[in-house]
Design a protein around this ligand. Structure first.
Ligand code: C2E
Ligand code: CA
Ligand code: CA
Ligand code: CA
Length: 278
């Protein structure tokens, strides 16, 4: 029987399988879930300080026939471990391109609007990463300038020179980079200016604590760092007006969180988007 709780992979524990057997079961379940179109991207709006819609983040969902909507934390790391992340990322990229084209058709795609996508460690390191990005965009006739690639601090730490070269090559194609969950990793702040990064995303854990003195000073530090480096700042997980007031008073550019909208399936997102674009 399948257990509740833990990640999706953990319920295979109960079946007394070897690690290899569990891997194979998980792998084949994901593969058949892909074939059965159980994965898709949801989209969460980002608004600027004036409350204007300025972007959205794509977040993957698994619509599991028995478990319902499975959040990514329950399968992304396992999928990555088993080399399945590429296929999932293709789905998210495809959905993103579809969304951009649908919005364009409705004449609801404003000039500065950007879509953000989360890039996993192994993908970022894969040799054909750039090619894969270009192929999908070309297929859908979408411009790279519409896309922000979210990476994490830990991805910057390895082989600095090679990482800068790779990022620069991707940036020359028109993509922009954002550092996700900023402040939770161990990146060396002194090297940050060396990378072609346009944006820092302040992790929700700091926004949660922004009403404490300690939390607020961390947020202020990140904002002033970003300003000094000429980067945009996005606050993630904004849930109430108190947080918004504190962020606005500190000149924060962009906010994202349940206060504005939860991540929505594409159709619902388009509706929300159009209602907030006119
Ligand atoms: P993240 O990139 O930090 O994404 C933000 C997470 O916070 C999302 O969770 C989002 O639904 C949630 N969130 C946003 N605003 C609020 C709020 O106001 N309150 C609360 N309580 N939560 C909020 P989600 O969708 O479960 O994604 C979790 C993580 O999974 C993401 O964290 C990201 O690291 C990863 N992920 C999601 N989609 C993908 C993907 O397509 N590829 C990869 N590689 N990773 C992904
Ligand atoms: Ca993210
Ligand atoms: Ca993240
Ligand atoms: Ca986060």
């Amino acid at each position: 029987a399948k257990r509740k709780g833990g990640d999706l992979f953990s319920f295979y524990d109960a079946e007394n399988q070897t690690l290899l057997e569990r891997q194979l079961t998980f792998e084949s379940e994901i593969v058949s879930a892909i074939e059965n179109n159980q994965f898709c991207a949801f989209f969460q709006a980002q608004v600027d300080a004036d409350g204007k819609l300025c972007g959205a983040e794509a977040l993957i969902r698994w619509n599991h026939p028995e478990r319902g909507l499975v959040p990514p934390n329950e399968f992304i790391s396992v999928a990555e471990q088993f080399g399945l992340i590429q296929k999932l990322q293709d789905i998210v990229l495809e959905d993103m391109c579809k969304l951009i084209n649908l919005l364009e058709k409705k004449q609801a795609l404003t000039e500065g609007f950007r879509l953000s996508i989360n890039i996993s460690h192994s993908q970022f390191r894969s040799l054909n990463f750039e090619q894969m990005l270009c192929d999908i965009l070309k297929k859908h006739k979408v411009s790279a300038s519409k896309i922000i690639l979210e990476i994490t601090e830990s991805m910057l730490a390895l082989d600095i020179e090679q990482t800068i070269n790779q990022m620069s090559a991707i940036a020359r194609l028109g993509f922009k980079f954002s550092i996700d969950d900023f402040g939770t990793g161990y990146s060396s702040l002194s090297n940050l200016h060396l990378y072609p990064v346009e944006e820092l995303k302040i992790d929700k854990s700091f926004i949660d604590r922004i009403t404490d003195e300690g939390g607020l000073s961390i947020v202020e530090t990140i904002i002033s760092l970003a300003k000094n480096l000429n980067m945009n700042i996005v606050a993630e997980g904004v849930e109430n007006q108190e947080q918004i007031a504190l962020l606005k008073a500190r000149d924060l550019n962009v906010m994202q969180g349940y206060y504005f909208s939860k991540p929505l399936p594409m159709e619902d997102y388009i509706e929300w988007h159009c209602a907030h674009t006119k």
